[in-house]
Design a protein. Structure first.
Length: 569
């Protein structure tokens, strides 16, 4: 975190950015700021003047000369805006004539404050200058980007990293972190406002760092009150927005491109950290106890339990997919991440087994979470557990639909969910489930597991009770690249009227052929660059079905050749 804050500080301009942070930071540290930066006034080398009260009660008079970026040989001397002329003005004019009478007897500390670091080419010049002009009354200190970053992270005025127009949203997000929906709403506004400030590439770097820093601060505050719901959702929104910012820089090797890529990597790591903290604190310790997670929802209605548990399962799966991605960066396998992923799969299986609400979703769209966990589990070899889960889900789907129980529906309003099902009529079922992504997902996986009897039961249910329900999946199209990461417009194509019949072979083949001929998925920047979990995250965050390109390969083995050289599947 400190490294990124330091980079952010180094990118600030002197006027109205770096010198805007320092006065309030000094005030927070106990200084009495008596002079702030101003335009159109003669400052004689001093940007900020402040009085420090030491631990022993003795005061010192601090004079800050502020310069942005790194201190190089070129920035050391030259015109009047360079560091050495500013220091000379302090020594020759400000100290003799401008210090208020009340402070003339105090010892003076001249602080060379820079956003970056002192280059070696300027180090000897700075050292010789300070050594030559150090007296019993006047001393020098160097505050570089690392020092400022440390002070910012240790102070409570972290929100001073933001311009005034965004500060309100940030403060509200942090203040309401114990109310996750409200905190997330304000954090989303903050991200949108920051993104609207981007006019050029340097702005993109600055905004990326601001988003990350704000997310980190939100996480720390949420961790302190033991409620990580808001930062988890905020980390998803942050990553998706950062990816949108990153897109114009893909393929470039500029310093800005590398800087934004570094921010994204930091944010991925932070997302994993937030997710694992949430799971380790709130979920994993309870997965092996019957009904404990269901009871922890603290509600009188099964609707809340169902919604919360499937959401939690999706979070667990998403963290696992990021771990799978992180373990293979650079073509190598990180065994530590693999172990953590296997632990998540085991915990997910226990969670399902001990909380029967996870045997059937109330929302058809929870096929998203089901698919995410299926993908993660089969990658870890948990075929038997997933087989048992799908079989139970198929059985409960059949029973709930035929008995007019709480079968999966398309409603999003809470009151509609509470009242579901209102009626036992074909007309109501047409309204409650006009289309389904759960049914074709379930059918495809049952076919792959060769559970033909269970598949036949699902086919008969479709004919008997859900004849008008359109079974469909979703495929990204070429325009999805422009809208997937922000969900700012409709995009993609429905793979509809899938053949739910026979032994499922035609269904699997239809899905595979559609995936093979679709160019939208491979055209996604997250696919091309290997950041494939971004797509899964976007689908979960914005409630889009998982593209079957992610899972069809698990269900249809690659073509093999027999002894005669003929390909077969």
């Amino acid at each position: 975190m400190k490294v990124l804050v330091r980079d952010y500080v180094a990118s600030l301009k002197e006027r109205e950015e770096l010198d805007a942070i320092l006065p309030d930071l000094l005030s927070e540290l106990g200084f009495n700021v008596i002079s702030r930066p101003g335009r159109g006034t003669t400052q004689r080398g001093v940007d900020i003047a402040a009085i420090e009260r030491g631990k022993n009660g003795k005061q010192r008079f601090f004079l800050f000369t502020v310069k942005p970026g790194d201190l190089t040989r070129q920035e050391w001397d030259g015109n009047s805006q360079k560091v050495r002329p500013s220091l000379n003005e302090i020594l020759d004019d400000y100290i003799p004539t401008r210090i208020p009478e009340a402070y003339r007897k105090l010892k003076i500390v001249i602080v060379i404050c820079i956003g970056g670091d002192v280059h070696e080419s300027a180090r000897s010049l700075l050292t010789q200058f300070t050594k030559r002009h150090t007296t019993r009354r006047v001393s020098f200190e160097e505050w570089n980007g690392d020092k400022i970053a440390e002070l910012l992270l240790s102070g409570i005025l972290r929100e001073e990293l933001l311009p005034k127009q965004q500060r309100s949203s940030f403060q509200k997000a942090v203040a309401m972190v114990d109310q996750p929906d409200i905190a997330f709403e304000h954090f989303s506004r903050l991200i949108l406002s920051l993104r609207n400030d981007i006019k050029k590439s340097k702005d993109a770097v600055r905004v990326s760092r601001q988003i990350y820093i704000c997310l980190w601060v939100l996480f720390v505050w949420a961790r302190d009150i033991d409620n990580l719901d808001a930062p988890f959702r905020a980390s998803e929104a942050a990553l998706l927005n950062l990816w949108e910012i990153m897109k114009p820089f893909i393929g470039k090797r500029t310093a800005d491109a590398k800087a934004i890529a570094a921010v994204i990597q930091h944010t991925v790591n932070l997302h994993i950290q937030i997710g694992t903290s949430f799971l380790d604190r709130k979920v994993i310790p309870h997965v092996n106890h019957r009904h404990r997670l269901s009871t922890a929802v603290a509600t009188r209605t099964s609707v809340d339990v169902n919604l919360r548990l499937f959401d939690t399962l999706g979070r667990l799966a998403m963290v696992g997919h990021w771990m799978a991605w992180a373990s293979s960066i650079g073509g190598t396998t990180n065994r530590e991440f693999d172990k953590l992923r296997e632990r998540l799969v085991k915990s997910g299986v226990q969670m399902i087994s001990n909380n029967p609400a996870l045997f059937l979703p109330l929302l058809d769209e929870h096929a998203i979470e089901i698919t995410l966990f299926l993908m993660l589990a089969v990658q870890s070899g948990a075929f038997g557990d997933m087989h048992a889960w799908l079989m139970e889900m198929n059985s409960r789907l059949d029973f709930a639909t035929r008995t007019n129980g709480q079968y999966p529906c398309r409603f999003s309003e809470y009151q509609d969910l509470i009242a579901h099902p209102r009626e036992d009529t074909d007309e109501y079922r047409k309204d409650a489930l006009p289309g389904s992504i759960l049914i074709p997902t379930l059918a495809a996986w049952l076919a792959a597991f060769r559970e033909f009897e269970a598949l036949g039961r699902l086919i008969r249910l479709k004919v008997d009770k859900l004849e008008s329900c359109t079974v469909q999946l979703w495929l990204p199209e070429m325009e999805s690249e422009d809208h997937l990461y922000l969900n700012d417009d409709s995009h993609g194509a429905a793979l509809a009227d899938l053949p739910i019949e026979g032994d499922g072979t035609q269904l699997l083949q239809t899905i595979k052929e559609a995936c093979d001929t679709s160019e939208g998925f491979t055209a996604l920047s997250a696919t091309r660059t290997g950041y494939w979990p971004i797509i899964l995250m976007a689908c979960r965050h914005y409630r889009l079905p998982i593209p079957p390109q992610f899972w069809i390969a698990h269900l249809i083995p690659p073509a093999t050749k027999d002894a005669s050289g003929v390909s077969s599947s």
